[in-house]
Ligand binder design. Structure first.
Ligand code: GUN
Length: 281
């Protein structure tokens, strides 16, 4: 039976560390790190995420500013708000909650953010520096997963790592982070011919495809470390990951649950990135 990695506990440890750093920061500099979160439209899930980010900021002692814009907000208007925040001395991190309404091109929004305030790590400047192994704001979810490995004592060097999913937000940056730690990395995607043959080779398996319970028990080998990035809502309302937890946990050495695995880590790393942005200011 696998050890279940407790993302809520590790995220709480990180928030405690950030809160302590904020106390020191405030004593030295006389102000606190500031995060601006922009929500465009009224997507229900996004509203919940934004509310939680605000709560996280309060817990660690950040200044937080929330912008709730109507779904009709133009791309120009959104960019002009971002430009103001780029020049705002009290704000060190800017996050535009995705997805944005269809008439707004997300790439234009991401590229309007000052890369030093891009605490999501989505700007091509940060992506490029991540790939080059240079200091940057790393994308929050894959960086959170690296923290789960490190804080659980999981060795990566020389391991076969398989990442299922090639999104800009998770799959691609995850692969480069694993590579930078000397794992041998394979990226699988919808056109991969024999997915199970590849996933069965994995010592480390990161499932980030966005398809409910697609990683079955017969697709992994004994002792695999499994990280489940999926959050899929079944017809009966149940939240499940990309991994068939019951079957895969029989064979894995470590596994992350859904909920309570990767999800809380993404938000904790956002705080860490914002603190780092303020420290570098
Ligand atoms: N929507 C879902 N996850 C994220 C995230 O990590 N950052 C932003 N900006 N939007 C999201």
């Amino acid at each position: 039976m696998a050890i279940v990695i407790d993302g809520n506990k590790i995220a709480q440890d990180i928030r405690n560390e950030v809160r302590q750093s904020v106390l020191n920061f405030k004593m030295e500099k006389g102000f606190v790190p500031g995060l601006a979160v922009i929500l465009v439209g009224d997507d229900h899930a996004s509203k919940i995420y934004v509310g939680k980010k605000k709560q996280d900021c309060a817990e660690v002692g950040f200044l937080s500013r929330e912008y709730k814009l109507s779904a009709e907000t133009s791309e120009e208007k959104l960019v002009s708000i971002i430009r103001e925040l780029n020049n705002d001395k009290l704000i060190h991190g800017i996050l535009v909650q995705l997805p944005v309404p269809k008439h707004i091109r997300p790439d234009n929004i991401i590229e309007a953010i000052d890369p030093h305030k891009d605490v999501d790590g989505f700007h091509p400047y940060n992506v490029g520096r991540l790939v080059a192994g240079r200091p940057c704001h790393p994308s929050c979810t894959p960086y959170g997963i690296m923290e789960l490995f490190d804080r659980s004592g999981i060795e990566l060097s020389g391991k076969e790592a398989v990442v299922v999913g090639r999104s800009n937000i998770v799959g691609k940056p995850m692969s480069f982070m694993l590579l930078s730690r000397n794992a041998t990395v394979t990226i699988c995607h919808t056109k991969t011919k024999d997915l199970a043959a590849v996933t069965r080779r994995a010592d480390i398996l990161v499932a980030a495809a966005g398809r409910a319970q697609m990683i079955k028990g017969d697709m992994v080998k004994d002792g695999v470390v499994v990280v489940d990035v999926g959050t899929n809502r079944l017809d009966d309302g149940k939240l499940v990951g990309d991994v068939d937890f019951a079957a895969v946990s029989e064979k894995a050495s470590y596994i992350t649950p859904v909920p309570g695995g990767v999800g809380p880590m993404t938000r904790a790393i956002l705080l860490k990135n914002t603190l780092n942005a303020a420290l570098a200011y």
